[in-house]
Write a protein that binds this ligand. Structure first.
Ligand SMILES: [Zn+2]
Length: 179
């Protein structure tokens, strides 16, 4: 059974957050998330740059269930193809000479046999990996996420570099993440 999503997204997100805080054990099962907010984990480990994107499906597609019409199916395919286009989303510092490996995009509710949904919400996770010839030159990661996905409002980024870790919040229309 899917949730009709009649509540405003932020109100629903806040309610879920409150529920998650009240019952930590339920947080994992409930998949609390806030529409419009994307989590980005960026790690530099030796010559490897890894970016993990964790987003409510709503923020890339506008709904969080299996497509029901040909138009929704096309919208889902279009969103997935944008997410699989690494070069169209992320641009590491050119001097670092990074080469992207094929990304991994996981959105269970968009697959052929979607799992049953308990609360009407669904997430998408994508992992991007590069091998860099000059990893010391990785100064920033150019981002096209806000440009490609109109529903994204905020990116909560966690950066684990060679020497330090930091957390950063980027708001639309930010296009760069310092590393
Ligand atoms: Zn949701």
């Amino acid at each position: 059974m899917t949730h009709p999503h009649r509540l405003p997204c932020t109100a629903l997100g806040a309610t879920l957050l409150a529920l998650a805080l009240a019952a930590p054990g339920a947080a994992l099962a409930g998949k609390a998330h806030e529409h419009g907010v994307v989590k980005l984990d960026v790690a530099v480990d030796g010559a490897t740059l890894t970016v993990t994107l964790d987003t409510p499906l709503d923020s890339v597609l506008g709904f969080e269930r299996a497509p029901r019409t040909p138009a929704e199916r096309r919208a889902a395919d279009e969103a997935l193809s944008r997410l699989r286009n690494t070069a169209g989303l992320f641009i590491p510092s050119a001097a670092a000479a990074c080469t992207a490996a094929p990304p991994e995009v996981k959105a269970p509710v968009l697959e052929a046999s979607p799992p049953a949904q308990k609360d009407g919400h669904a997430d998408l996770e994508a992992t991007y990996t590069w091998r860099c010839e000059q990893p010391a030159q990785l100064r920033e990661l150019g981002l096209q996420l806000f440009a490609r996905f109109a529903r994204m409002q905020r990116i909560e980024a966690q950066v684990a570099g060679a020497t330090a870790q930091k957390k950063l919040t980027l708001r639309r229309p930010a296009g760069k993440l310092p590393l």
